[in-house]
Design a protein around this ligand. Structure first.
Ligand code: NAD
Length: 399
């Protein structure tokens, strides 16, 4: 039996600075009996240098050789074009592939006979899958960083400060959407000394927000929207309007609003209209973690840009915040990756077993077939005629 070779590629998409596996992760995978190959410079943008991987027992290789030798390739996101072109039948590819927004990629990997495995599809509520939950680990980093981004754009103190030069009022921070990212944002803003409120449509969020010492905003409209698997459902048009109208008064009273609301499989819900932004005080800051090309939680937010409105409000379209905390995000991702690989490897070999609940969630394609029913439906819907529209309608979701 030959040794399983697991390769880590250097990310080249946009400004991505994370790496899928850190040197500690390389050690963990070798303990499973695998050989770890790392592309030269793969971790440098996250401050893991080649020497650290070599010291951890990994072999450093240029990209082409690495891909030629790999049985399993680990990456943060979908493969770059040159990586995709080099992949061949029998190889496996593991990353956060966002298969529902990337039907073309799924089709190509499937046609090539590559086993595509995506951490997005993990059954997150399974206790034994929690160490593999990359959506949570990265959302948590994003929630933390969102507060720092807000603080950076806010021209006042967060805490109440009493000095000889006077007393500063604490910043009033409102976090809309109290899932993993939102709760981390609430905790971080509290630690910076702000007065924090939170809101979510899932009733379970109320106690979670309060347990972090924040105030929970109750809407008179009484909208609750618990969906399946702990997620929210999409609101009806009437509910959405009522929510926007009632939230507007709360938003206008806050200095900083951080929005994190998502509904799986849908474009993010619009929570803050342009009219509401226009009511905010000059110097206020909005950070929209849900900003996407098709819109986010804040009307007018642009992913990757900070827009200054006529009334002096900064609207930050937060794009890929985990990449801006590359070291911590990569360490967490590396833990998630190695936990999943440990689950997939039996006696030193990668074993695809679709009877296993975790594997059924994460394995997208295998032996030339799309094996995930949810992804298969999207790939079929995105087939040539009308494909652009079908694919577009899925954009903006997490997985
Ligand atoms: P998410 O990224 O899908 O959404 C973020 C938040 O937005 C959610 O809390 C959602 O309720 C909220 N939201 C959606 N529409 C909204 C609207 N119109 N107005 C206000 N808020 C809205 O969610 P997530 O952070 O991935 O977590 C979703 C759920 O999964 C949570 O209940 C979380 O506790 C749970 N979870 C459980 C586990 C586990 O059991 N191990 C792991 C991860 C997440």
């Amino acid at each position: 039996m030959s040794t399983l070779r697991i390769a880590v590629v250097k990310e080249t998409a946009g400004s991505e600075r994370r790496v899928a596996l850190d040197p500690d992760g390389a050690k963990r995978l070798q303990a499973l009996g695998a050989q770890v190959l790392v592309e030269t410079g793969a971790g440098s943008a996250a401050w893991f240098d080649d020497e650290a991987y070599a010291a951890a027992g990994a072999q450093l290789l240029p990209r082409a050789e690495l891909l030629a030798e790999a049985d399993l390739v680990l990456s943060v996101g979908p493969p770059a074009d040159d990586v995709l072109a080099a992949l061949r039948s029998g190889q496996s590819y593991l990353g956060l592939l966002a298969p529902l927004t990337n039907p073309e990629l799924v089709r190509t990997l499937t046609e090539r006979g590559v086993t595509a495995i995506s951490l997005d599809g993990l059954p997150r509520t399974l206790t034994r899958a929690q160490s593999m939950d990359a959506l949570s680990s990265q959302a948590s980093v994003a929630g933390y960083k969102a507060v720092l981004v807000a603080a950076e754009h806010y021209d006042r103190f967060f805490p109440m400060l009493m000095t000889a030069a006077g007393t500063s009022k604490p910043a009033a921070v409102l976090v809309l959407g109290a899932g993993v990212a939102g709760l981390q944002a609430i905790g971080t803003a509290r630690r910076l000394g702000a007065v924090v409120s939170g809101y979510d449509v899932r009733p379970a969020a109320r106690e979670e927000v309060k347990s972090l010492g924040a105030k929970f905003i109750e809407l008179q409209a009484g909208i609750t929207a618990a969906g399946e698997g702990g997620y929210a459902r999409e609101l009806t048009a009437e509910e959405r309007q009522a929510q926007q109208a009632e939230l507007a008064d709360h938003i206008a009273r806050h200095d900083i609003v951080i929005t994190t609301a998502q509904v799986p499989g849908r474009t993010p819900p619009l929570l803050v209209t342009a009219a509401t932004v226009a009511r905010m005080r000059p110097g206020s800051v909005l950070v929209d973690l849900a900003a996407s090309r098709l819109g986010g939680n804040v009307e007018g937010s642009v992913p990757g840009e900070t827009v200054l409105t006529d009334n002096g409000v900064r609207v930050v379209g937060a794009a890929n915040l985990p990449s801006r905390m590359a070291t911590s995000a990569s360490q967490a991702l590396s833990r998630n990756m190695s936990a999943l690989v440990a689950h997939l490897v039996r006696d030193g070999e990668l074993v695809i077993d679709l009877d296993d609940e975790i594997q059924r969630g994460v394995v997208i394609s295998h032996r030339g077939e799309v094996v995930s029913p949810g992804v298969a439906a999207v790939v079929t819907a995105a087939a040539p005629a009308g494909s652009a529209e079908s694919a577009e309608s899925k954009e903006g979701q997490l997985s």
